[in-house]
Design a protein around this ligand. Structure first.
Ligand code: LIP
Length: 266
């Protein structure tokens, strides 16, 4: 199936799921459970939204695999797998901060961020109605407009987004690194939603983004959108972006940022 047809499925379902998440938010949200730590929360809306996405994908693409944050993985027979974060930025969503997203990507190959090849991706912020999309080789878009990564800047002029782990000890280490980085950059933004951080890089709203401990569903769509917007997105050394490390931005900025965070011990 052409990438554009896959994208149509991704964005149609993302918009529908986003509307459900937005509606549930207006009705009131409570923590349904915690996962890796007392602050790693999941709401009933996370589960309901992923169930809707999974059902719609099963109807549209019954032979494809599925890999979602809340309901896990199911292999398909087509060689394609849908990577889904039903509500990325869960803590923002819980607190009513209008900066969360539905992130849906379709990849070929194993559902492993170190090896997969993303073909199409959609990230929608239901609160702002902003829809970021990309197909492999087809460029990146916000609504109907092309988007491009910002121009090269000195690291000292760079607005850098980042995020932190749900594990308190790891968060402390990450905070110490940020303390060392802060005087080397324009400023830091911790906005709480990896997929939207990658879309911010793709649209020039940030010069760079880096984070460790991300899950595959956090970045599957956003990485494709950022790359199709001209950003470099990589992991440690020559690795693909993964839980180990994700760095994104104009290639020149990524090189300077990676050097700085390596010197700071990352
Ligand atoms: C979140 C990411 C964010 C990260 C948070 C959390 P979730 O994903 O989008 O970048 O800093 O710790 O992992 O848990 O809201 O799907």
């Amino acid at each position: 199936m052409p990438h554009d047809e896959l994208l149509t499925i991704a964005k149609t379902i993302a918009l529908q799921a986003g509307e459900l998440a937005r509606k549930r938010r207006t009705e009131g949200i409570e923590v349904a459970a915690t996962k890796s730590s007392p602050v790693d929360v999941v709401t009933a809306a996370d589960h309901e939204t992923e169930a809707l996405i999974r059902s719609l994908l099963a109807d549209a693409r019954p032979d494809d695999g599925f890999f979602g944050e809340e309901s896990g993985a199911e292999k398909g027979t087509s060689g394609l797998t849908w990577i889904v974060d039903p509500i990325d930025g869960t803590v923002n969503y819980l607190y009513g901060i209008p900066h969360y997203a539905v992130s849906i990507a379709v990849v070929e190959g194993e559902p492993d961020p170190l090896t997969w090849n993303a073909l199409a991706g959609a990230v929608v912020n239901p609160a702002t109605k902003e829809l970021f999309t990309a197909t492999l080789g087809g460029g990146a878009h916000l609504g109907g407009a092309d988007i491009r990564v910002g121009d090269a800047v000195e690291l000292s002029q760079a607005l850098v987004a980042t995020g932190f782990s749900y594990d308190a000890a790891t968060r402390g280490e990450q905070g110490a690194l940020i303390a060392g980085l802060l005087s080397r950059v324009r400023d830091i933004r911790r906005m709480g939603t990896a997929s939207l951080d990658l879309c911010a890089v793709a649209s020039g709203r940030c010069n760079a983004y880096f984070e460790r401990s991300l899950s595959p569903w956090d970045h599957a769509a956003g990485v494709l959108i950022a790359r199709e917007a001209g950003a470099m997105v990589k992991g440690r050394g020559d690795e693909a972006p993964s839980r180990n490390l994700l760095v994104a931005g104009h290639p020149t900025v990524v090189a300077e940022l990676e050097s700085a965070i390596r010197l700071l011990g990352l």
